[in-house]
Design a protein around this ligand. Structure first.
Ligand SMILES: [Zn+2]
Length: 397
């Protein structure tokens, strides 16, 4: 994996200075009062004022030139298959395109688009283990793809989940995409998965493609998966009274996706915030899908939820960073000492009606990205996909 100026690993010291606005990813304090971050061997070692930190002997210095630094974005719901190819729309390089949209981590909701996907139990287990292995080694563009998410089929037994967990599988694919569709059956398998440390997500809403089926609020509640996958539909949403019921009747994560129903997404966000449970909200794209590949999907969702939902942009950024990291138990998503050095550097897009980055997002505009850093390694400079930023970050060393 080649990256800029030949840097291919996280060894050494990175100083990110000149930060004009530092978004933390943490709902409790979404904006930090600091202008510099120091990363050592890929991990955040210090955060504060440039004049007060030890910035000596840096191997690399990035100057944000007064623009915004945020934790790298996390896409909570993707459907990768192998490498940087998606058979769903027969595109290559889609993950690298998302990197250019600020995404540094992705979570698979099932490698469901593999042509001829095995549905027998030994086959589906083999495939999940293969995907987990493959993506843990191969990072397209440097993006961390957490994959290997088996689709549940009828006849799976407790020992299958133990075997998967022992082999390194940590996720279930969306419950409901395979042969397991009843609440009772799903509940048993979700519980077995949980017992062995495998996290679960359930498809919510109408069928996504011919052959899949409706999963309504009763089934979602009975199955009790860790994440209410695309609560706003993938893409067909449940009626809003059922969305309210899901928000009110359990404490599981509320995942809102780009490729869902936008009205339902806004409703789910508002309802969860009204319940004073904003920490449950997580964002994904649910892509690649019939709706395509959306390199800017997470940014678009942030701008939509903030502008149309009237929620402060710095709060909505937390839904796509710190919240997801906490829900998914990942060591990213927050600007905090000890977390990995995954950052997106951005500014207001040129000619946005908003005077600042946050104003522009609150008005519904997308930011312009000028650099993406993963594990302290610069992986992307000026984004080829966002509109141009007013001011760009620069590499000083
Ligand atoms: Zn789905």
């Amino acid at each position: 994996m080649e990256s800029f100026q030949g840097q291919t690993n996280s060894q050494g010291k990175l100083v990110v200075r000149g930060i004009g606005l530092l978004l933390s990813g943490d709902l409790a304090q979404p904006i930090l009062d600091a202008d510099t971050i120091i990363v050592v061997d890929g991990v955040i070692a210090d955060i504060g004022r440039y004049s007060e930190l030890n910035t000596e002997n840096a191997d690399r210095v990035v100057n944000a030139n007064g623009t915004c630094v945020a934790p790298g974005l996390i896409d909570s719901h993707v459907h990768p298959v192998v490498g940087d190819w998606t058979p769903r729309q027969n595109q290559t390089g889609w993950i690298d395109s998302y990197l250019n949209g600020g995404v540094t981590t992705m979570i698979s909701a099932g490698e469901v688009h593999l042509p001829g996907r095995p549905k027998d139990i030994v086959g589906l287990k083999a495939m999940a283990i293969t995907a987990q292995r493959s993506f843990s080694i191969h990072r397209p563009g440097g993006v961390k793809v957490h994959a290997g998410a088996p689709i549940l089929e009828q006849g799976m037994e407790e020992h299958d989940f133990k075997e998967l967990a022992d082999a390194g599988v940590k996720l279930l694919g969306e419950v409901g995409l395979g042969g397991v569709k009843s609440g009772a059956e799903a509940k048993q398998m979700v519980a077995w998965a949980r017992k062995y440390g495998i996290q679960s997500t359930i498809h919510t809403g109408g069928p996504s493609i011919p052959g899949s089926s409706l999963i309504d609020a009763d089934v979602v509640l009975e199955a009790d998966a860790d994440v209410i996958g695309h609560i706003n539909g993938g893409p067909t949403a449940l009626p809003i009274d059922q969305i309210r019921c899901l928000c009110e009747s359990c404490t599981r994560a509320v995942e809102i996706v780009h490729n869902g129903n936008e009205v339902a997404g806004l409703y789910a966000m508002r309802t969860t915030i009204e319940l004073d449970q904003a920490e449950r909200i997580s964002l994904g794209t649910d892509s690649p899908a019939g709706s395509g590949v959306q390199p800017l999907g997470i940014l678009r969702l942030i701008a939509m939820l903030s502008s149309m939902g009237n929620v402060a942009p710095e709060t909505v950024f937390c839904f796509a960073t710190g919240n997801t990291a906490r829900i998914r138990e990942l060591n990213c998503g927050l600007i905090e000492i000890g977390r990995v050095g995954d950052f997106v550097i951005m500014d207001r897009a040129q000619h946005s009606a908003g005077d600042t980055l946050l104003d522009s997002v609150a008005l519904g505009d997308l930011p312009g990205i000028s650099m993406v850093i993963i594990d302290g390694v610069v992986r992307c400079r000026r984004s080829r996909n966002t509109p141009p930023a007013e001011t760009l970050a620069s590499l000083e060393i």
